[in-house]
Write a protein that binds this ligand. Structure first.
Ligand code: AHR
Length: 495
């Protein structure tokens, strides 16, 4: 099979905001306890953080991590996780049916974030709490004033404000499973008022309003419209969440989901712009795709009610999951004009690229690799690609066998092409026409390929890992059947 991508240096989609490569840690399962934090682990540092996990997270070069939820945040009293650890209460955690010890809270998470060189994206509780607690949390985190909550932070030994810039106004408030679930107009009012006060406390922050918890919610569309119609002036982004699965064991259909993701993004951007037009506003609300991943392997796995840090939603990812994650990353990159923030959900143990054993090893799941390369090499400007290739029928659409994105980094003068061949039977000869770039030369071709679509990595064996491929001399690149690829070109800068 043959395919072609044409790009032109002058035709850009937009600049990639580095927060496109964000992730997410929820106080859930073993994401925190036994994941990033395990004081008794042989690699633990003086604060109890696992250095083996820090090393893996650092390889992903994640610029922002959403915290502390997720569904968890809608029942959370943030004060429980601050101050003297010996005095922190244990709580019934209703979102996931476990006990939260509060050994780790905002103070510790901020400390961990420094170690992995990331920003925190903080979510506030608009389920059981409201504007008052949200604005107090902004004061606690961000202010240098001689006032109650800034002084509380100092009393807890944290002199310098954390300077958290990006804030989520609750989580998935449209879902009946959410603690304190709301109708669109109930949520719109509380988001507007909380957001207004939070910005009064710190006008430099940016706010993400909850969009629908999936494209398939019955209130999708109407929810976004109602929330934005009420809170347009105060919010900067609206959220999108999606998880895909292959329970039907239909790989061509499963791999087509990044096309559905693209339509979801464009649909929400259109709603934002319709509200903008209705309001005669000059402001553009952008998108925060703050939960996305594959999630279905662990559905229905049992755990003990009210236990502490049980194994919960620990999907073990296979090779085809990595292919879809690679495709979804291309979709995000190709929508970088509107998607400014995206969070791979999640980061450690809970539907995550990094897994750990309690008191044992940490390792990279299959999905770790496309994310790592996208985050490290997918920085710069996404170029508009004209793609020609064969298609197949799935999800009621014509799905191209090739999913791709092309990023130009003006600083390094490099072009990086991310390309997934969705065909399960045929290799693809991809021709690249890089217009406006002088003497572009391939410098690296990394391939993620495995004969077995269901192969997994575990603590003892890495069956799915990237390999360097011999570099092609011209502009035709071979993409093996069902493979994810990253091809890097050096160009002559400033020509
Ligand atoms: O990421 C796991 C859960 O998925 C989150 O807590 C919730 O927001 C979503 O439904």
């Amino acid at each position: 099979m043959r395919a072609k991508i044409t790009v032109n240096k002058d035709f850009a989609i937009g600049e990639i905001d580095k927060r496109l490569y964000g992730s997410f840690i929820e106080q859930l399962g073993r994401a925190v306890y036994g994941g990033i934090y395990e004081p008794s682990h042989e690699s633990a540092d003086e604060c109890g953080f696992r250095k083996d996990v820090i090393d893996l997270v650092s390889k992903l070069n994640v610029p922002i991590v959403r915290y502390p939820g997720g569904n968890f945040v809608s029942g959370y009293d943030w004060e429980d996780g601050t101050g003297d650890k010996a005095l922190r209460p244990k709580r019934l955690e209703l979102a996931w049916g476990v006990t939260e010890t509060n050994e780790v809270g905002i103070d510790e998470f901020q400390e961990w974030a420094k170690r992995v060189d990331t920003e925190v994206m903080m979510a506030v509780n608009l389920g059981t709490r409201g504007a008052d607690d949200a604005k107090n949390l902004v004061e606690y985190c961000n202010l240098d004033t001689d006032t109650k909550y800034a002084n509380k932070r100092r009393a807890n030994g944290l002199e310098k404000p954390f300077g958290i810039k990006t804030w989520c106004l609750g989580n998935e408030m449209d879902g009946p499973w959410q603690i304190g679930h709301k109708t669109a107009s109930e949520y719109a009012r509380i988001a507007h008022e909380a957001g207004k006060m939070m910005k009064w406390v710190d006008p430099s922050i940016e706010l993400v309003a909850c969009g629908s918890s999936s494209f398939y919610m019955p209130t999708f569309g109407e929810w976004e419209w109602t929330v934005l119609d009420e809170a347009y002036d105060v919010v900067d982004y609206i959220s999108l969440h999606t998880y895909y699965g292959n329970a039907a064991k239909n790989t061509p259909e499963f791999l087509a989901n990044s096309v559905a993701m693209d339509e979801f993004i464009k649909g929400v951007a259109n709603i934002c712009d319709a509200v903008k037009a209705k309001k005669h506003s000059s402001k553009t609300v952008n998108l925060s795709f703050d939960e996305w991943n594959v999630w279905y392997h662990s559905n229905g796995a049992p755990f003990e009610k009210w236990s502490v840090a049980p194994h919960q939603i620990e999907d073990i990812y296979n090779f085809e999951d990595a292919l879809l994650v690679g495709c979804m990353l291309s979709t995000l990159q190709n929508n970088c004009d509107r998607v400014k923030i995206a969070c791979l959900a999640q980061l450690v143990n809970v539907i995550a690229p990094i897994m750990t054993e309690n008191s044992g090893r940490a390792w990279a799941q299959t999905i770790f690799y496309p994310f790592m390369y996208a985050s490290n090499y997918g920085r710069g400007t996404t170029l508009r690609s004209i793609v020609t290739c064969d298609t197949y029928k799935a999800l009621g659409r014509d799905i191209p066998y090739l999913e791709s994105s092309v990023i130009y980094n003006g600083e390094s003068g490099e072009i990086t092409v991310f390309a997934t061949n969705r065909s399960l039977d045929e290799d693809m000869l991809l021709s690249l026409d890089l217009q406006g770039f002088e003497n572009a030369k391939v410098i690296e071709h990394i391939e993620l390929y495995c004969d077995d679509l269901l192969a997994i990595n575990d603590s003892n064996c890495e069956r799915v890992s990237p390999k360097s491929v011999d570099i092609a001399s011209g502009m035709d690149i071979n993409l093996r059947k069902h493979s994810w690829n990253m091809i890097r070109f050096k160009t002559e800068k400033n020509k």
